[in-house]
Design a binder for this molecule. Sequence first.
Ligand code: PYC
Length: 413
Amino acid sequence: MALKLIRQALNRHRPPPRMWRVQPLKKRYDVVIIGGGAHGLACAHYLAKDHGVTDVAVLEKSYIGSGGSGRNTAIIRANYLTPEGVRFYHQSVKLYEDLTGELDFNVMFSQRGHLTLAHTDGDVRTMRRRAEVNRLQGVDSRLVWPEELVRLCPLLDLSQHPRYPILAALYHPPGGIIRHDAVVWGYAHQADLGGAHIHQQTEVTDIDAGNGSTVQGVQTTRGYVETGTVLNATAGWGSTLAAMVGLELPMETFPLQACVTEPLKPFLDPVIVSGSLHVYVSQSDRGELVMGASIDPYASYSQDSSLDFLEGIAGHVLELFPFLGKARILRQWAGLCEMPPDFSPLMGKTPVGGFLLDVGWGTYGFKASPICGKTMAALIASGETPDLIAPFRLSRFAELDLVGEKGAASVGH
Ligand code: PYC
């Protein structure tokens, strides 16, 4: 990394090489991945790196990272509620820890710790349970009380004045934040080097499932592409694409809004989450406060920002940090989340041969990118579902074997 920087500094007149190339759209690929976000690009990378599968197209209807990967608050954590969820996200955090080296690109993973505040006795019980489940799965999480909270986050209002005084918190030291564009670009670069073709501005308008039993190809805005394997790795549009092969998925799409303030002097080290106040906030390396709330209270594909959201979040953040009254908001955005009833994703095979799912991530998608890419690549290459993702199979709904992860949501939904 250091050598690369020095080389680039000395080569000031030569533009750096492109991180991924523009390729012709072939008539056929072994694997077509729909969605050029961190999930789809990670899958393309691990297909080549782990399995030698290189005849892969990643189709993105806009530019890479324009969906959920570019519209999140970049929080990474593994402090979930169910053993299945904790195991899965734990592996993701581990991959994130080594990602800068793996991608030869600095993804700026800052493991500054993650605090989920408890404002009621009920919250304390849930945090205690999460801490126990986490520790049993080898994940570093524990309950901390105000004496320790004051050291971890000295400017947090720990007085009895707020509407919801803080009683305790779930502390998860490996949690943190990352540079989300860098994750997308790094995976795109490695996927390109591995042989995958990344096609931006290429929208899938239909999926050809032959007589309904096996995938034959996809229709795109740039022509028909033949393939026997399609991975649906989209956020917000997973059920729309599944409907093209006649599958009805149990989930609905909701907007999720977030915003950043102007840069402020560094004062906030850990990521702070409050389910009661419906807010999560972290301070970026540039000093901006990155803040988000729960999903909008209605199903919609709108990616508009609303004043309603801004008013709500401003009030809630001020309850935690009253001195921020004069901080100005710099920008606002919205992403799309597909919410399954148990708040866990849909991953793996479907009744349509060759049509695979990596959807339904709710508000958890970005943090799962590396492990999702790796396990989906293993499934595509071997045809066998890895044990780590078996609990997230689509058939769990028919089998009444849900993975209830609502209690691990950052904020209430
Ligand atoms: O699950 O950590 C989370 C999260 C933060 C923002 C959206 N989801």
